[in-house]
Design a protein around this ligand. Sequence first.
Ligand SMILES: Cc1cc2nc3c(=O)[nH]c(=O)nc-3n(C[C@H](O)[C@H](O)[C@H](O)COP(=O)(O)O)c2cc1C
Length: 449
Amino acid sequence: MMNLMTSLIGLGSHLAGWRHRDAWSPTTMSLDNAIHLAKLAERGKLDMLFLADGNAVRQMDDPILFSATSRSDRPAAFEPLTLLAALSQHTTKIGLFATATTTYDEPYLLARRFASLDHLSQGRSCWNVVTGSYAGDAVNFGRSAHVPRAERYNRAREFVEVCKGLWDSWAEDAFIEDKASGRFLDPSRVQRLNHVGKHFAVQGPLNVARMPQGYPVLCTAGQSEDGRELAAEHAELMFSVAQTKAEAQAFYADVKSRMAKFGRAPDALRILPGVTLYIGRTEAEAEEQFQELQSLILPELGLAYLSRQCQMDLSGYPIDGPLPKMEGEVAGVASYRESIAAMAHAEKLSIRQTYERIVPSLGHVLFKGNPVQIADQMEDWFRGQACDGFNVDMPVVPRSLTDFVDLVVPELQKRGLFRREYAGGTLRQTMGLATPQRRIFSNPTLAAD
Ligand SMILES: Cc1cc2nc3c(=O)[nH]c(=O)nc-3n(C[C@H](O)[C@H](O)[C@H](O)COP(=O)(O)O)c2cc1C
């Protein structure tokens, strides 16, 4: 069975999606829109609703990109756990999937927020563990430059370990609330963590009861060597930015093969590439929508967007000439620019043709067609071990999600590729993931203090 998720973002995944006549307007900071999308995605039985995140307003030094905005810039965005806490009260089954950085946060605070979300949603929380894609976040946290990748990953590894330890603070039955005896809790059913490491010293215990899922479902996004190792060790869900089926298959095989040394079975980690869907009732209708959106992109915006993805100023190169060799160190997601350059060189694309390729899907794969054609492409990747499902991106919100739920989901269900009903209450039950057992530490417990 496929795992399917979608982003909870009002702007759409085509750079001009928000300008389309069927797109919501206004969308800025709209709780009503978010509730609408959450209910719609739950009607489609999707696994999760996802919120990417960052901690800065981006692109202020590039007026073309800044004024046109793009969804990843997020000049006005809800803090993910806060919005998902609100949505937990308007949904009952769908997973609530928040991005949170390990570079600019503290494990105690974050462990507490996720444990709270898991309680509020009765077991539907999921954490996208990121080390930060945007160098500009650093200046909002007392630093002048982005933390180097190796240091970010070291901190991330310890951060996740500390969170897991804190989530193991309390046994499920610790809070007995026995009115007759006057014992509210059982002190033998809680333990301190007493963690002292390179980045953190955390005594614990956490001041939230054990969450319904034990731990939130853990996701990682980084694609580098360090990112793949982190995923193989800890992640139950991972994004892939592969641009072709062959690339996705190689990535899938590589990451899954790393899991055995951590004592993990391949199915304990689900790999979901991002895919943007252009859906029509007919092939012609899908193409018409696609061309309509393409016509809303100005060349200077396309060029500015590609320059940013490649982290290289392309404005001095002929727009109809080839994409030049990539130069310079990448501060954020190196894999995006590598994928883009590989595609442009393999297919001998000009700069203009390259941005025309990435603007409709913003770095993700693109599937276009009627519901049967879309399902065919999804099935081909899924059965070909290129993925375990998809992070489906919607070019025009809410129209594209409505089309996905009403037209494509039934086709996937008919083929036995996707659930007709949620299996249970928690996200782990929905996804068929194991619930972690509470570990007992050798450190002194509170009872022995
Ligand atoms: C698909 C994808 C989604 C990501 N989402 C976020 C995000 O929402 N916020 C963030 O700060 N970093 C995000 N990242 C950045 C990663 O956490 C990581 O910092 C970055 O990819 C660099 O590591 P890498 O070279 O291992 O890929 C994302 C990365 C990828 C590939």
